[in-house]
Design a protein around this ligand. Sequence first.
Ligand SMILES: Cc1ncc(COP(=O)(O)O)c(C=O)c1O
Length: 447
Amino acid sequence: MIDRGKLKSALAKESDRFIEEHPKSNEQYRKSREHLLGGVPMAWMKRWPGAFPIFARSATGAKITDIDGRQYVDFALGDTGAMTGHAPVYLAEAIVEQSKIAITTMMPSEDSIEVAKALTERFGLNKWQFALSATDANRFALRLARFVTRRRQILVFDWCYHGTVDETLVTLDDSGRVIPRLGNSTSAFDPAQTTKVVQFNDLPALEEALRTEDVAAVLCEPALTNIGIVLPDDGFHGKLRELCTKYGTLLIIDETHTICVGPGGYGRQYDLKPDMLTIGKPIGGGIPSAAFGMTEEVAIQLEEMVNEDSIDVSGIGGTLGANAFSSRATLATLNNSLSKEHFDVSIPLAKDWADGVRRVINSYNLDWSVQNLGSRSEYWFCPAPKNGREAAQAMDPELERYFHLYALNRSILLTPFHNMALFSHYHSSADVERHTEVFKETVESIL
Ligand SMILES: Cc1ncc(COP(=O)(O)O)c(C=O)c1O
């Protein structure tokens, strides 16, 4: 139904409008090319839909203002790092005060005990260690899983994303071989040596892969959120848990994004019973902080390793990890945010957003779909995919770019990597209604 000719010229028009309306960002981008590789401090910051990235001046609550003075409703929320809302007051106060007392010492702070206790109350696992990014939490959890099981292989689901962990940046080619994801072509090793990959929701393939009893851990998000939202089939998680136990494989749940389901994440809500759990991004309210937790049973097996003198070169750690500043930010966040009261606001908004998009899709008889997972929702230009492969095949970069740019030019930011909106308790029904209106206009402009 999409008129591709119309789409091309509409995209060109929106691109011109973007350039015209962002002279200061354009100027900064030109300057930044002198000393920043590719003109950006992190390469993926180019993944916004305009000809150059917009430079932010301030971000509070659910709003971002750029250096051209334009204000946006932010449905990206730093791809979850700012799920608490930007710069909440309790956090600003806590970190200002902490920065005058201690920032980093390489000693435990009393806050770290409170953080671990708060994490246990939320997620149910007994013992915790800290890191500064979800990437590192995953890297460390995988190492520990290998130590406990004395096995080398890990298993992930196709098109997962767990951060820049080489052995998880993998996919299956058409013949079912494990290969590095496009973009990870510089991997130092052949990931087929370290990683098994199966399709999400494919229980027979999962059992086939675990049956050989050489897999240390399954690392998974409870629902895929990084190739769009792909939900688990009914019964998938019960069987996944059962198979991991049967074949002696540890189950590591990455709740970094799926904490959008509630204060204890998807695992607590649906009683997934992981052996280990990883989380980063929002738990420090945007200040670098991450954690990985484990059951008492796993902890007992690691106690001896942690007491080794050589632990500093075990591949787990980092001198800035668990620093006093991050620990205070995490404690302030866990005590004041990501709470039931906040989710009671953000989850209904995400559902309303999905309903609004669905109404537009249905009114034009498009074969598109919309998914909801707690406080995040996502639309697809196809029926809802069942696994990562179907999801990846359904990507339509040109159409996606147009929808993102059309929204951005009307003061709405979507998460850059796919068509996702994430909600905080700072968002409002007016934000949702405005998005529905803009989405409708976008569709109408290319039919
Ligand atoms: C599920 C999941 N885990 C881990 C990560 C890595 O987080 P970070 O880039 O903050 O290390 C991401 C990042 O998008 C993620 O989506």
